[in-house]
Design a protein around this ligand. Structure first.
Ligand code: UDP
Length: 414
C-alpha cells in the first residue's frame, strides 16, 4: 500500500535517523501538547517556504502541537511591491516610494491570537503592526541576506525588531539587530510526493506524460522562473556542453502566487525551446521527483540562494548536483565531495561534460550526497530545532528573562 505522506509521523523517520532521535523529539515535544502555533507566509504553493510549511505543520501536529498555516491575502499591487522587497533583500535595486510603503503596510489583514506566531519572509512582516500580538512572534527569513539593499533593510529593520526573535538560514546572514538571531537551515520531507521512492515504471510514466525524451542523458534544473535561478545561464552552459556531449536539457518551473515576475522570466527563455531543450511550466511534484531521480546531472545555478531545497531534494535521490557557488548552496554540500560548485557559465558547462562522461564519478557524488541529506537535512532535525525554540521562548516571553537564553541552539556543523 502506498504511504500517505499526509499522515507521516515522527516515528516514520526511525529507519533514517534511529530510535534515539525519534524518542528524544517525542520527549521534548510532550510539554508542548496543545501549544497553538500559527505559521504565516504568502503562498500555499510554489517555492520552498510553501513546500516546507506543508510538511512541517503536519509533522508538528503529529507530536501534539496545534500547528496552523495561513497565507496573507494581497492584491496584485501588494505582491508587486513584496517581490521588489524580496529582490532588494537579496541585493537588488528598489525605489522605495511612500506609495509602495503604504501598499506594503496596509494590505495585510488576519487575526492571530496563538501561543506563538511565526511569520515567514518579508511579505507578511507588517502583520505585527496590526495589534494582535498576544504571545511571542518570530520572524523567519528564508532569503539570502548576504548583501541586502540598505534602503530596504533600513526600512524593514524597525518592523523586524518588534519581533521577539529572528531566524535566519545561515550565520553568514546575521545582521545588526536588537533581537536574538537564530540560524536554522531548511530540511526536506523524505515521504512527500516530491521525495518519496518511485519505481522505474512510475518514473517512465511521468516522463512520458510530458514527452520528455529519455534516449540521451538528462540535464535538469527545477526552479521557479526567477532571474535569481539563472535559467538563461543554464541554457547557455548546456549549449556549450552540447559541443562535447549529447544530452537533453529539461527546465521545469512553476509560478508562485506571490511572484508576479515569473511569467516575464518564462517568456524570456521559452523561445529557446527545441527538441533537446525542454522548458516546462507546470506544478507537478511527481514530475520533479521523477526528473531528479532520472537525471544524469541536476543543476541549481542560482545567483543568490539562501538555501536551495531542490539541491537537497536531488541529493536525497543520489543525483550528481552542480550548484551556484552562492549563499546556502555552499553549505549544502562540499565541492568535489558530494556535488560541484560553480560560479561561471563556462564552469557549469565543463562540469556537465565531466559528469555526463563519467558515470562512476556521478555515482560516487550521488552516494555521498544521499548520506549528507540523511545526516543533516531531514525534516525531523528542523522540527527538533523549532521545539527547542518554542520551549525556550515561551517562558522567556512571559517572564521577560534575558533574550540571550534563546541562543540555546544546534549549530550547523558543516
Ligand atoms: N518546485 C516544484 N515545481 C517546480 C519548481 C519548484 O515543485 O516547478 C518545488 C521544489 O521541488 C522545491 C521548491 O519548489 O521544493 C523550491 O524550493 P527552492 O528552495 O529550491 O527554491 P525557491 O523557489 O524557494 O527559491
Amino acid at each position: 500500500m502506498a504511504v500517505d505522506y499526509q499522515t507521516i509521523k515522527v516515528e516514520d523517520y526511525e529507519s533514517y535517523v534511529g530510535l534515539e532521535m525519534v524518542d528524544r523529539v517525542y520527549t521534548k515535544a510532550e510539554p508542548l501538547r496543545g501549544f497553538r502555533v500559527a505559521h504565516e507566509n504568502s503562498t500555499y504553493y510554489g517555492g520552498g517556504v510553501a513546500e516546507l510549511l506543508s510538511s512541517m505543520t503536519l509533522l508538528m501536529s503529529s507530536v501534539g502541537l496545534k500547528a496552523g498555516w495561513r497565507t496573507i491575502q494581497g492584491s496584485p499591487d501588494f505582491f508587486s511591491v513584496t517581490k521588489k522587497m524580496h529582490n532588494a533583500l537579496q541585493g537588488g535595486e528598489i525605489n522605495l516610494t511612500s506609495r509602495k510603503m503604504q501598499i506594503y503596510e496596509n494590505a495585510v489583514r488576519n487575526h492571530l491570537d496563538h501561543d506563538l506566531v511565526m511569520i515567514h519572509d518579508p511579505q507578511p512582516l507588517g502583520l505585527i503592526r496590526h495589534d494582535m500580538k498576544k504571545g511571542p512572534w518570530v520572524w523567519q527569513c528564508h532569503l539570502d541576506l548576504s548583501h541586502p539593499n540598505r534602503e530596504a533593510w533600513n526600512y524593514l529593520k524597525p518592523l523586524i525588531e518588534s519581533y521577539d526573535a529572528a531566524i535566519l538560514t545561515l550565520r553568514d546572514y546575521a545582521q545588526h539587530l536588537s533581537i536574538p538571531q537564530l540560524f536554522f537551515m531548511p530540511a526536506i520531507n523524505p515521504f512527500s510526493i516530491t521525495n518519496r521512492e518511485l519505481t522505474e515504471v512510475e518514473i517512465n510514466e511521468r516522463l512520458a506524460h510530458y514527452a520528455i525524451p529519455t534516449d540521451l542523458p538528462l540535464v535538469v534544473q527545477v526552479s521557479r522562473f526567477d532571474r535569481w535561478k539563472d535559467p538563461e545561464g543554464v541554457i547557455e552552459a548546456f549549449k556549450i556542453a552540447q559541443r562535447e556531449v549529447d544530452s537533453t536539457l529539461v527546465l521545469v518551473g512553476n509560478a508562485a502566487t506571490d511572484d508576479p515576475e515569473g511569467e516575464e522570466v518564462f517568456e524570456a527563455i521559452v523561445r529557446q525551446r527545441d527538441e533537446r531543450v525542454r522548458i516546462i511550466s507546470q506544478q507537478d511534484s511527481a514530475l520533479v521527483n521523477a526528473l531528479q531521480r532520472r537525471a544524469a546531472v541536476v543543476l541549481k545555478k542560482s545567483l543568490s540562494e539562501a538555501f536551495g531545497l531542490t539541491v537537497t531534494e536531488a541529493m536525497w535521490k543520489g543525483a550528481a548536483v552542480i550548484g551556484g557557488n552562492v549563499g546556502g548552496i555552499r553549505y549544502q554540500f562540499r565541492d568535489g565531495e558530494n556535488g560541484f560548485l560553480v560560479s561561471l557559465v563556462a564552469e557549469a558547462a565543463s562540469r556537465i561534460v565531466q559528469l555526463i562522461k563519467n558515470r562512476s564519478l556521478r555515482e560516487r557524488l550521488g552516494h555521498q550526497a544521499r548520506e549528507t541529506v540523511k545526516q543533516r537535512f531531514l525534516m525531523i532535525r528542523l522540527l527538533e530545532q523549532y521545539i527547542d525554540l518554542y520551549k525556550s521562548i515561551e517562558p522567556i516571553y512571559r517572564l521577560r528573562k534575558s533574550p540571550d537564553d534563546l541562543l540555546m541552539r544546534r549549530e550547523p556543523t558543516y
